[in-house]
Design a protein. Structure first.
Length: 136
């Protein structure tokens, strides 16, 4: 299994709306690195759901339920989307500030490539963030 992080501004698409919808097609990605990450996702992979610009925190975990298919919102080019379903809300959100202070997470793509909307997360990073979410 691989782990990822997907970003959404809560005013555009929040975790709460995602849970209400029960699933969504993650579309509109127009960055080549993020697109390649979407293409690499496999059914069953898990992705942290991160509220960007407002909140700046990981609030839940999404599960890939269908691998990449063409993104019909794209006017031109080869772009893809992935179908996700909510998997689990985090007990406590993990903020970007917390991530930045944790030595084990210093190389996370959310820090190194902060503008990337779909990024990879290592097994150790995933486990550490889950642990951090259990404590307040």
């Amino acid at each position: 299994m691989n782990y990822w992080l997907i970003k959404s501004e809560p005013s555009a698409y929040s975790w709460e709306q995602f849970v209400k919808d029960k699933q969504t097609f993650w579309s509109g990605v127009r960055n080549y690195a993020a697109r390649n990450n979407l293409k690499a996702m496999k059914k069953g992979d898990l992705a942290f759901f991160y509220h960007s610009n407002e909140g700046l925190c990981i609030v839940g975990i999404a599960k890939v339920i269908k691998e990449h298919t063409p993104d019909k919102t794209a006017k031109e080019g080869e772009w893809y989307g992935v179908d996700f379903a909510p998997f689990k809300a985090l007990k406590n959100p993990v903020t970007l500030a917390q991530i930045k202070t944790e030595p084990l997470l210093k190389n996370m793509e959310i820090i190194k490539l902060s503008r990337l909307s779909v990024s990879k997360v290592s097994d150790k990073e995933f486990d550490k963030i889950l642990l951090m979410s259990e404590t307040k």
